[in-house]
Design a protein around this ligand. Structure first.
Ligand code: GLN
Length: 492
């Protein structure tokens, strides 16, 4: 952990120094007149142009001068390719949307632009956000900057890899079952999934509408707070958006005095498949919570044991309905030689969707079919309610709950592609929160060796709290981030 001597893995000084600034620090320099807004944007546009990780699907040219206003002063930001951006290709990682240029911009992105940020690029992702490794992208895998033979996590893997590799100062992504927090963990950065309804989903290509939520992937907790603050709010285009009452405070907590942290047995100590290195790091981070004055105790979330099972009924069920719109008529790809209308639908979907998307459409259609609806979908919804009740009971005793973010560090490309269940288990610790609609953050807590041996890789620590406790979570994460002092970087 941080108390041991650090092994910096990055270049330092010179031009590289610019890339070590957090977005908040860069903003401070721009405001002080020490750094030019265009100079900063172009430095990143050039870095992104040299992307060797396949993190980007589209990049702004250096010298492109979209308006960048007050507030963020033209800071560049990378956007997961699931957000519609007017006139800019938007694929959601799918071949079926190849060539699609949306006629409008997602509210979350529009809010960032209104706050003065400029789109640096669109990042690679698992197709329609279905995946935990980015290997399901229709445009090739993203490589983990810490070790290019390993995955960056998913589905927001392009955003996570770009931020970790200094190809973007910060980014946004989406999280349905863990897709912000798990790649943030595997790439050694901060990722936050806000409360369901905190940020508008308008213009965010739908995967599972009752779970999907937009959030930040950043170098530190302050940057995450800045992005959630700018994006949150009610939007009349998304009837489920409510915003965060009172907004989001920038974090400043220095200790954890008076805060009670619960450790859910099912998602920490008792959980199967947590690597030894991840467990050790988790325990060491718990000791830091105590050093900072926080109180720790065990608790139970019994129904979260069934979280993955419930998620893999509910999310595919919603996806099967959401993906019905890709019929070759309205967006992107169309099969060029259909014999008739039905054939055109079938051939377009057969060619345009990848294997995992087809698997989910079949699972979801089956779960919703008459005769099975109650047995699967109805049952999964009951589990979902139980999970939310478990969290409510725990939050009567605790301010926050803490778990490892991902059971393992980054795994090798191809290691889990033949075994969907092993892949799904990646999200064991992250799926319960979206099912309950509550916010959670992952912060880097150190490095650990993978179970199979090899150089150490980043580990993430997850903090979750009740609905709309974003400011509280960010404050606790900020105090802990300083105590951890994670300064390791992937080699340039
Ligand atoms: N890995 C999970 C899945 O494949 C979660 C994805 C997500 O959060 N978008 O569905």
């Amino acid at each position: 952990m941080s108390h041991e001597p650090h092994r910096p893995r990055t270049r330092s000084g010179g031009a590289g120094e610019l890339f070590e600034l957090t977005a908040g620090q860069a903003l401070g320099r721009i405001e002080a007149g020490e750094l030019g807004s265009d100079e900063y944007f172009d430095a990143y546009a050039e870095a992104a142009a040299g992307d060797e990780l396949n993190a980007y699907l589209w990049r702004a040219e250096p010298g492109s001068r979209a308006a960048g206003g007050e507030g963020f002063r033209g800071l560049p930001i990378a956007i997961k390719d699931i957000f519609c951006t007017e006139g800019i290709p938007t694929t959601a990682g799918s071949r079926i949307l190849e060539g699609y240029r949306p006629p409008y911009t997602a509210t979350a992105v529009a809010r960032l632009a209104d706050a003065g940020a400029r789109v640096l690029g669109k990042t690679n992702m698992d197709e329609f956000a279905m995946g935990s490794s980015n290997e399901n992208s229709g445009y090739g895998s993203v490589l983990n900057p810490w070790d290019r033979s390993r995955v960056p996590g998913g589905s927001s893997g392009g955003s996570a890899a770009a931020v970790a590799a200094r190809l973007a100062p910060w980014a946004i992504g989406t999280d349905t079952g863990g897709s912000i927090r798990q790649p943030a963990s595997l790439c050694g950065i901060v990722g936050m999934k806000p409360t369901y309804g905190a940020i508008s989903r308008y213009g965010m290509i739908a995967f599972a509408s009752s779970l999907d939520q937009c959030g930040p992937l950043t170098r530190d907790v302050t940057d995450a707070a800045m992005l959630v603050r700018a994006m949150q709010g009610r939007d009349h285009c998304d009837s489920t958006s409510v915003g965060i009452e009172g907004g989001v405070e920038l974090p400043s907590r220095e200790d954890l005095q008076g805060l009670r942290f619960g450790i859910p047995r099912e998602l920490a100590g008792d959980a199967e498949g947590i690597e030894a290195g991840v467990s050790e790091n988790f325990e060491a981070t718990l000791r830091l919570i105590e050093e900072l004055g926080g109180e720790l105790d065990q608790c139970e979330l019994p129904s979260t044991r069934n979280g993955i099972s419930a998620y893999y009924v509910i999310a595919p069920a919603e996806a099967s309905a959401n993906l019905a719109r890709y019929d070759g008529v309205r967006y992107g790809m169309r099969d060029p030689e259909p014999e008739d209308l039905l054939g055109m639908y079938e051939r377009t979907r057969a060619r345009g969707f990848g294997a995992e998307v087809k698997r989910r459409i079949m699972l979801g259609t089956y779960a919703l079919s008459s005769g099975y609806y109650e047995a699967y979908y109805g049952q999964a919804q009951k589990v979902r309610t139980r999970i939310a009740q478990d969290f409510d009971a725990a939050f009567a005793r605790f301010d926050f709950l803490v778990t490892p973010t991902s059971p393992t560090v980054a795994f090798e490309l191809g290691a889990k592609t033949a075994d969907p269940w092993a892949m799904y288990m990646n999200d064991y610790c992250t799926v319960p929160m979206p099912l309950a609609g509550i916010p959670a953050i992952s912060i880097p807590s150190g490095l650990a060796a993978p179970a199979g041996g090899g150089p150490e890789l980043p580990v993430g620590f997850q903090i979750t709290g009740p609905a709309f406790s974003e400011s509280g979570i960010l404050g606790a994460a900020y105090a802990l981030e300083r105590a951890i002092g994670f300064t390791e970087r992937p080699a340039a």
